[in-house]
Design a binder for this molecule. Sequence first.
Ligand SMILES: Cc1ncc(COP(=O)(O)O)c(C=O)c1O
Length: 403
Amino acid sequence: MTAMPALAPRLNGIHASPASVLRRRARELRAAGRDIIELSSGNLDLATPDHVIAAAHAAALRGETRYTDVDGTPELKQAVRAALLRNHHLSYAQDEIVICNGSTQALFNALLATLAQAEEVIIPAPYWAPYLDQVRLCGGVPVPVLCSQNNGFKLRPDDLKAAITPRTRWLIINNPVNPSGAVYRRDELAEIAAVLEQHPGVWILADGLYEEIVFDADCAPTLAEVAPRLKPRTLTVSGVAKTYAMMGWRVGYGVGPAALIREMVKIQSQTTSCASSISQAAAVAAIDGPQDWLRERASVLRGKRDRLVDLVNDCTGLACVAPEGTFYLLVSCAGVVGKHSPDGRQIATDRDFAAYLLEYADVAVFPGEDFGLSPYLRVSFANPQSVLEDAGRRLKRACERLQ
Ligand SMILES: Cc1ncc(COP(=O)(O)O)c(C=O)c1O
């Protein structure tokens, strides 16, 4: 056997994202003939709207098939400016906006542009898992801060205060929160901002990817609108993936001080050149086009949320409350931990339970451990009603079979 040349030490301890691993496993099981229900996916069960697809087609036919400016097309940057005014009353100049290949790239470029070796990034837990490995890849140290269910899975100002050290470089605040669906209110963000005002060396990364998937408002608030004094050190990140069901189009953006954006653009110029020209044209149509269907979509999702909450709470050992945003439930599975599966294996952790559900019920869900909070499961309700009913029956039966 030929030995493989060495890999970089910076990858030690870095993992493939849990989502990519589970997606592959579900696909393999399906290929083997299993009828897997994926309640794990970060995809909406909706197609991208027709007018958005038509705009992409038209752009391609018009010849918009070349590299765009590294920081995005002027049209899309203008659309993003308008969206920030509409949703958050925030005003930004063109040089304070960068369009990226999904908000994932905006997050990574910001961390790469700012983190020195061993600097710390505070990440409220539960969290979107890639934050941690992105920080590590940039040489930083992720510092998760536990946000328990008693606090609505939200960061308490005192806990933030206690976590800040001289090495803290960022706080990442995600609103609404993936995976809990919690939505920070304006007054809660203001309390967090009051702590940050005492620490001028800390950047704030406000990830609002699910901001327009909320059930009691049109849009979740973001930190820079609540605390204008922090705007010069806040990077607001969002994208079209979840709002417009455009997960695969890969368009996101970062908005913040021009000096930071310039460095992020520099990194992008050397790594990916620009986001897809055709996807950017599609994103303009999405952001500038009709928005009324978003409310209808929220009302459909709310119905699915309520139904899945009922189905889950009907399972012995599981419990959850209805989230105010996103399309995920964070389900406590404390009541099944310690039980045994029919073949005698003990369910010692949420990971064991998720593995049991995949094995015995053909239902794929994420263990809370992947999001930094146990014992929980993250369960998506962005699925057709019939699939949710079927999943509910399978979950109930799987819980009943435990001893
Ligand atoms: C909280 C959060 N932030 C960022 C992202 C990245 O989204 P995208 O790169 O598709 O814009 C995701 C994706 O699921 C997410 O859940």
